[in-house]
Structures are given as structure tokens and as C-alpha cells.
Design a protein around this ligand. Structure first.
Ligand SMILES: CC(C)(COP(=O)(O)OP(=O)(O)OC[C@H]1O[C@@H](n2cnc3c(N)ncnc32)[C@H](O)[C@@H]1O)[C@@H](O)C(=O)NCCC(=O)NCCS
Ligand SMILES: Nc1ncnc2c1ncn2[C@@H]1O[C@H](COP(=O)(O)OP(=O)(O)OP(=O)(O)O)[C@@H](O)[C@H]1O
Length: 296
């Protein structure tokens, strides 16, 4: 693993044979890529890129995201393996920074998945750790493992703003928390907002598409999204939150006219160049969590 600390020997746990370990890590890595593809393919997705249109974006298309997805396949495999081997946070961070470079190379310098690399990467590591511990992959077990293994480091990371990113500027200018704060708290928006919204819609008999739309709107209604602040400031963040809460108040995708309302929201966000990219990254994480726990 390029750049990895040489002091860390990545030997599988004694209880595993190498084949089962590698097959497991490959399966979770595939779920991560498929989850990001499912997020990209979802429509309507207010302000965001899909195969239908580019939303509020001039610098990227669905093809940009697909190129990025393919460039991240080995990253997700490596970060699951790192979790299996109980790697310290600095190893995960090295893998994440390397993955960001691969993403930028694949996209010609466009930030398609920076937040997803962080959020899904940490989930992959926690899922790998659960497997090595012999713990069944439930949302609660994955959440507890994430916090036990890397919670303190994630907390320290949230304040470690080396490069002036959009998120860092949003934090300083608007006190918008963003991905770092989300990670420092163990991604509560994934476990306590997005996943429950998805499960409620599925339990009510709605299909995966509608359940994902409901999960996305729940996240948009809840999350402090630095992408939204970066583009629309406080007013933009209020617009997104109010629109999401209005959609939910009318029953979400249980409402007969849900798709019309979601499309109106999409057009409103595009007109204002608003893009809840953080909510989209978190939706990808919700899809990964649901798939990994469903498959066991
Ligand atoms: C923590 C990260 C995302 C930096 O966050 P920061 O806000 O400073 O950067 P930036 O604005 O460039 O990217 C933030 C991205 O997160 C997403 N996002 C925005 N708001 C939120 C939110 N509330 N929750 C989750 N994601 C969000 C957006 O899509 C955005 O693209 C990450 O880039 C980072 O530190 N990478 C280094 C590698 C690493 O530490 N990896 C850890 C192991 S995988
Ligand atoms: N389907 C999607 N469409 C658009 N953005 C997405 C999607 N899925 C995830 N995102 C996230 O939102 C980010 C794109 O939002 P945005 O373009 O505002 O960020 P930026 O590139 O940092 O800023 P800008 O493009 O305004 O200079 C991506 O980096 C990604 O993290």
C-alpha cells in the first residue's frame, strides 16, 4: 500500500484464512462503489448530478462521477482491509488522501467524492473491524466500533484544518459544522437520520428509489451541509432546510404527487445554484450501511 506506515504489518487475524478475508473485503468494497452509483442514479435529487441532468453543476456530469467511482474501487478494498487489521487513524487518513488524489486525476481536478471518500471510507473500516472481531454487522455494532476504534482521532481531525477547504471556509464564515464535525460525532446523520428514514419507507412498502428519496430529504432537512453554505450562504441553507421539511411534512414519497414536488424542489435549487452535496455523500453512506447489514 503506497505511503502506508511501514511499521504496520497488515496480517489477517489468525482466525481467518487469507482467501476468506480478501473475499469479504472485496465484497464490502463492491457494496461501497454500488452505493455511490445508486446515489448518482437516484432522481429526482434536488440540485445534484444524475444521469438525467447536471443539477446545479457546470463542472461535472454523471460521467465525471462514474470515472471517479471506478478510480476509487481499490481505495475501498484497502480501507476495509485496514479496518480488518485494526489500523490506526493516520493509516486511514493516508489512504483517504491517496484516494482524493486518484479522484482528482480521474475527474480532471473536480471534487466529486471528497466527502464520500471520508464518510464511506470510515464506514468500510468499521465494517472490516467488526468482521475481524467476529461481530455481526448491525448499524449499532458498526457505529460502536467506529467510535471505539477511531472516535478520538476523528474528534482531533475535526479541528485539524491544514488546507483552506470550502468546508473550512464555511465553518469560519457561517459556523457551519460540515463533514469534519459529522465525523467527529461518529456520523450521527447516517445512523440516526438517514438510515431510519430509509427503513421507515421500506417498512411502509415503498420501493428502494422512493426510500432513498425519503432518506435524502431527511438528510437535507437535518444536516449542516457546507456545500450548501459554500454556494448559498445562510439563506441558501435555510432554503434547502425549509424545502426538505415541507416535502417531509406532506408525507414524503408517500404523497401521490411526491415526484412533482421533488422535481419542483430540484428546479428551485438549480435556479439558485444550490447543491446539497453533503447530503448526497451521506445518502451513499446510508445505502452502504443498509446493504452491508442486510447481507450480514
Ligand atoms: C473531512 C474532509 C471531508 C475535509 O472536510 P472539509 O469540509 O474540510 O473539506 P471540503 O469542503 O473540501 O469537503 C467536504 C465534503 O464533505 C461533504 N459534506 C459537506 N457537509 C457535510 C456534512 N455535514 N456531513 C458529511 N459530509 C459533508 C461535501 O460533499 C464536501 O464535498 C476530508 O476531505 C479530509 O479531511 N480528507 C483527508 C483524508 C482523511 O482524513 N480521511 C479519513 C479516513 S477516510
Ligand atoms: N450527485 C451529486 N451531485 C453533486 N454533488 C455531489 C453528488 N454526490 C455527492 N456530491 C458531493 O458534493 C460535492 C460537489 O458540490 P460542490 O460542487 O458545491 O463542491 P465543490 O466542488 O467543492 O465546490 P464548487 O463546485 O462550487 O466549486 C462533491 O464534492 C461531492 O462531495
Amino acid at each position: 500500500m503506497a505511503g502506508l506506515s511501514t511499521s504496520l504489518r497488515l496480517e489477517p487475524p489468525a482466525s481467518w484464512n487469507t482467501e476468506s478475508s480478501r473475499a469479504f473485503c472485496q465484497r464490502i468494497a463492491r457494496l461501497a462503489v454500488r452505493s455511490l452509483y445508486a446515489e448518482l442514479a437516484l432522481y429526482p435529487k434536488p440540485g445534484l448530478v444524475s444521469f438525467v441532468d447536471n443539477g446545479s453543476h457546470d463542472d461535472m456530469t454523471a460521467a465525471t462521477f462514474v470515472r471517479s467511482l471506478f478510480a476509487l474501487r481499490r481505495y475501498f478494498l484497502r480501507i476495509v482491509q485496514a479496518g480488518v487489521h485494526d489500523a490506526p487513524f493516520h493509516v486511514l487518513k493516508e489512504l483517504g488522501i491517496e484516494a482524493e488524489a486518484r479522484m482528482l486525476h480521474a475527474t480532471g481536478g473536480v471534487n466529486t467524492h471528497r466527502g464520500a471518500i471520508f464518510c464511506l471510507g470510515m464506514l468500510c473500516a468499521a465494517i472490516g473491524r467488526c468482521r475481524a472481531d467476529g461481530t455481526a454487522p448491525t448499524p449499532a455494532a458498526i457505529h460502536a466500533t467506529l467510535l471505539r476504534c477511531w472516535g478520538a482521532a476523528l474528534g482531533a481531525h475535526s479541528g485539524d484544518i491544514a488546507t483552506p477547504s470550502h468546508g473550512a471556509v464555511a465553518l469560519l464564515r457561517y459556523a457551519a459544522s460540515g463533514a469534519r464535525e459529522e465525523g467527529a460525532r461518529g456520523f450521527p446523520s447516517v445512523f440516526d437520520v438517514g438510515l431510519p428514514a430509509l427503513h421507515r419507507a421500506l417498512a411502509a412498502g415503498r420501493d428502494a428509489r422512493r426510500a432513498r428519496v425519503d432518506a435524502l430529504f431527511a438528510l437535507m432537512a437535518h444536516v449542516s451541509d457546507t456545500n450548501v453554505y459554500h454556494r448559498g450562504g445562510v439563506e441558501g441553507a435555510l432554503t434547502v432546510r425549509r424545502a426538505a421539511r415541507a416535502f417531509i411534512a406532506r408525507g414524503g414519497t408517500a404523497a401521490p404527487d411526491w415526484e412533482t414536488r421533488a422535481l419542483i424542489c430540484h428546479r428551485t435549487f438549480v435556479a439558485a445554484r444550490l447543491s446539497p452535496g453533503g447530503a448526497a455523500d451521506l445518502l451513499g453512506a446510508v445505502c452502504l450501511l443498509q446493504a452491508a447489514c442486510a447481507e450480514g
